[in-house]
Design a protein around this ligand. Structure first.
Ligand code: F6P
Length: 471
């Protein structure tokens, strides 16, 4: 492989597997997200993406994505379980999300996490050209920046944490806290979704490493690690184009018809994850039905819960609890041909999602804690007509930007119920003013602006920035 001047290292490759009509497995570029942001940049920069395909064992044959080269990292069954399902998603994930679910600490997972991080670092070191920029993504790969620095001191190393970075009270519980901290501080620039995370990191570096630290710079030995907030976004143009497609507009009309022309449609779209607040939302909805504030004859909730991390016990248990509760609510309040909740536990095509976003009256995004939440941004981007209400948790990173949403504390059931009612009954003029403000913000802050802001800050020499396309 020719050396690249930009290398992205992420747990997953920017590909989705898809089963073709003849049963064969096909790989396609994941829609939206980092891959499309980098696409524009990559047209002018030889770049490589290092990541896992999501399959076990030797890598399947993968297509390259335009000029973007892919460098697969393979995982064994035992590595998937110890690194991905274990340390990343049963230890770090719950701990970084306010421990809304008890984190599990199993000593044997650590060695696998460390070994897999080492393999990602080696793969990046192998494909990176001299003085290249390497951009490492997220909590799965928190040790990679320092490992890479040891292998290749010539590189410019960036690290971006997509999930929340917790306050010292929580981080201090981690058995391998010093290694994890030193790992991420191997980067030249550590980026977060929110400013608070930079403050948390500075406090931890002072406390655990005795480092000199401010909210935007930490001194580690001879080096200064810069930190900063770079809120991630979506490919706004892609979502707008999708939502405007005649077949999608037609599908939205059909959905409205099928759900009940005169009904108010509430919509939630989440990965089936305990951080998303689905159970709290269902409880609030049940109480609204019970108290008669919401009637099945004029309102319906559509809950899309996309299957996720299904081999992890806590996710399986959550699914059972949610399905039990949806069944109970439909059993008690539904009518023949008119369920209170349409529950869909399946992967959704993006065009159907865009149609659902347009069909909804109220989008309900109420995670208990979320790094950003891109669904909230997708909903706003899909509403060209400037109608519709967004109910958004204060605990989602998106709330810092979408302050014109109906902000809510999802832990407070009464607040959740009242905010849902306020959003359902809001004046159309108020709704369109809110939607206009949110859309204006998004137009300026799309995924390309995010990648550009981060890479420009990483590359203080200006070498990489000169290659970034102008917006
Ligand atoms: O939000 C963190 C994240 O890893 C995202 O990058 C990803 O889309 C989501 O969680 C689901 O991740 P996965 O299916 O890889 O566990």
């Amino acid at each position: 492989m020719r050396p690249s001047s930009l290398v992205v290292v992420a747990n997953r490759l920017p590909l989705d597997d898809n089963i073709a009509p003849d049963g064969a497995c096909e790989w396609r570029r994941s829609p939206g997200g980092l891959a499309s942001a980098l696409h524009a940049i990559l047209q002018q920069t030889p770049a490589t993406w290092v990541g896992w395909s999501g399959a076990i064992g030797p890598s399947p044959k993968l297509p390259s994505i335009g000029s973007l080269r892919l460098r697969p990292v393979t995982l064994t069954e035992q590595e998937q379980s110890g690194y991905y399902e274990g340390f990343a998603n049963s230890t770090l994930w719950p701990l970084y999300h306010d421990a809304v679910q008890q984190p599990v600490f199993q000593r044997e997972w650590w060695e696998t996490y460390r070994a897999v991080n080492q393999r990602f670092a080696e793969a990046a070191a192998e494909v990176a050209g001299r003085h290249a920029a390497v951009w490492v993504q997220d909590y799965h790969l928190q040790l990679v920046p320092q490992m890479l620095r040891e292998l290749r001191p010539d590189l410019l190393i960036g690290f971006f944490m997509h999930v929340p970075f917790p306050p010292p009270e929580l981080f201090m519980q981690l058995p391998r806290r010093i290694e994890l901290l030193v790992g991420m501080l191997g980067a030249d620039l550590v980026g977060f979704q929110r400013e608070q995370a930079g403050h948390n990191l500075a406090q931890l570096a002072q406390k655990l490493l005795g480092a000199e630290a401010t909210d935007d710079a930490i001194t580690v030995g001879e080096r200064t690690v810069r930190t900063g907030a770079f809120p991630v976004s979506i490919d706004v143009a892609e979502m707008r184009a999708l939502a405007a497609r005649p077949d999608v507009v037609g599908q939205a009309r059909q959905l409205r018809h099928d759900l009940g022309e005169s009904k108010r449609i509430l919509l939630s779209v989440d990965r089936l994850d305990y951080t998303k607040g689905i159970e709290h939302r269902l409880t609030a909805y049940r109480e609204l039905l019970r108290d008669g504030h919401v009637k099945v004859r004029d309102t319906v909730l559509v809950q899309v819960a996309v299957p996720s991390r299904e081999r992890v016990d806590s996710y399986r248990d959550l699914r059972d609890r949610i399905e039990g509760e949806v069944g109970r609510i439909n059993g008690e309040y539904g009518r023949v041909g008119e369920p209170a909740i349409h529950y869909l536990n399946q992967r959704f095509d993006r065009s159907l999602l865009a149609a659902l976003y347009q069909a909804a009256d109220v989008m309900v995004v109420t995670p208990l804690r979320d790094g950003m939440n891109l669904v909230a941004k997708e909903f706003v981007a899909a509403r060209e007509d400037e109608t519709g209400a967004l109910v958004l948790s204060e605990f989602a990173g998106a709330a810092a930007e979408l302050s014109a949403a109906f902000l809510v504390n999802p832990h407070d059931l009464d607040d959740l119920k009242q905010t849902l009612l306020r959003a359902m009954e809001a004046d159309p003029a108020d709704l369109s003013a809110r939607m206009r403000a949110m859309r204006a913000h998004l137009a300026e802050h799309d995924i390309m602006a995010w990648a550009r802001a981060y890479l420009t800050a990483l590359d203080h020499t200006g070498r990489l920035a000169r290659r970034l396309p102008r917006t």
